[in-house]
Design a protein around this ligand. Sequence first.
Ligand code: SF4
Ligand code: SF4
Length: 187
Amino acid sequence: MLNSVKGMLLTLASTFTGLRRPVTRQYPTVPTPVQPRFMGFPALTWDNGVNEPYCTGCMVCIRNCPTQCMSASMMDNPLNAEGQSSRRKIVDYFEINLNRCILCGICVEVCNFDAIVMSHEHEMSTYERNGDRVNLPALLEIGQKYQRETTWIPPTVLAKAKKDAEDAAKAAEAAKVEAAAAVEGGE
Ligand code: SF4
Ligand code: SF4
């Protein structure tokens, strides 16, 4: 009996005093934020230093994509001819059919040029059958948005910084051991 009364009081309190917070999110007016490591659709990155895509159109990701939803081609890089870029080849055409992408991330894993990322983009419903075939400018736009929002650093740059720090730590340790041995030898 007492528990029933307690339950009724709780129900009344929730109803009239708003104790329970609303659980309905007003999507899409209020978008649901994603976690930092959320994997949305793949997108291409932009090299702000040279002002061109990182992608060389090498086709490695395309050969490894399990759903064969990507296509690309490469061309000679005009900025390389002008001495402004170290990339001899650059992407000319790129397309991903996002309707067939299974978000596996293999394309990102196999790319040797930091050229592709799993972006935070996940709202791409369309009414047309081929509406999610996304071309090079659109992929670069999604990638640049991801780079801005996540302060993205190319993985190879991060790996090099980590290796340099490890090498410096090892060198410092070796110097310390050498100094200690020199002190011992002098005594
Ligand atoms: S995204 Fe990477 S692996 Fe794919 S074509 Fe471009 S450079 Fe090659
Ligand atoms: S995430 Fe997987 S399925 Fe999608 S484009 Fe990359 S390799 Fe293909």
